[in-house]
Design a protein around this ligand. Structure first.
Ligand SMILES: [Zn+2]
Length: 241
């Protein structure tokens, strides 16, 4: 396999894993920055993630223009991806999803914060993007670059996750495996936080604990989780060259 073929295969696997783990359903998407062209990204045509094959993957410039569309229809919300890659050169992968447990934290005053060591990668506190502030009444969908850039600004210079009020979330990573890892543990944390809230005041991870855990979360941890999720999604584990 060429380097490009490996990236395509990894992206198909990422879609299947996110579907298997309940982060995406018929909607939601994951992209990866082009391995040779940082001004482009790879993202499936508009299709449910669990159905995606390598032939569905399309190439886009950062403004969301499809470069080889053929008869394939792109996701309306692809602008989320390009806007993040434009704003954050160190980022290699973006996930947008509507995973159910995070939604309550976008529509209440309860802020989503890491409470489990595996979830430190979501960041210290998850900000909320409010589309009303600049765009008023919309369908809540990110349907142009202006909205995408506004959302990317909400992530800040070092953020890893952001909620989208009444809609879902965006999760980013330096690598595809990191973005998938954080997406899954964002859902886990939200689910646990709702349950813990019913039991009393929560002791969240301290800022120092979050920083220490993030510093130790490297390829070994990400690959161990990836191998397990590949097995569960019925996908082969490919060694990244
Ligand atoms: Zn969406």
């Amino acid at each position: 396999m060429t380097k490009f073929d490996v990236v395509l295969d990894e992206l198909v696997t990422a879609n299947r894993i996110l579907a298997r783990e309940g982060v995406v359903d018929s909607f939601g998407h994951v992209s990866v920055r082009h391995p040779d062209r940082p001004d482009r990204y790879l993202l499936s045509r508009a299709r449910a993630p669990d159905c995606i094959e390598a032939d569905d993957i399309m190439e886009f410039s950062l403004d969301g223009t499809p470069l080889d569309p053929a008869d394939r229809r792109p996701y309306l919300e692809r602008f989320i991806h390009g806007a993040v890659y434009e704003a954050r050169p160190e980022i290699g992968s973006v996930v947008h999803n509507h995973s159910p447990s995070v939604i309550p934290f976008g529509v209440t005053n309860q802020r989503l914060r890491p409470l489990l060591h595996m979830c430190a990668s979501i960041g210290h506190e998850v900000p909320i993007w409010e589309s009303q502030d600049r765009f008023g009444d919309t369908t809540l969908l990110v349907e142009n670059m202006e909205m995408g850039r506004d959302l990317a600004r909400c992530l800040g210079g070092g953020g890893r996750t952001a909620l989208m009020r009444g809609h879902g979330s965006v999760v980013i990573g330096r690598t595809l495996r990191e973005a998938v890892f954080t997406s899954i543990y964002l859902e886990v944390n939200a689910n646990l936080q709702m349950r813990a809230m019913n039991m009393g005041p929560i002791k969240f991870l301290s800022p120092g604990e979050v920083d220490a855990i993030i510093a130790r979360t490297g390829p070994f941890t990400l690959n161990r989780a990836w191998e397990n999720w590949c097995r569960r999604a019925n996908r082969p584990v490919i060694e990244i060259p």
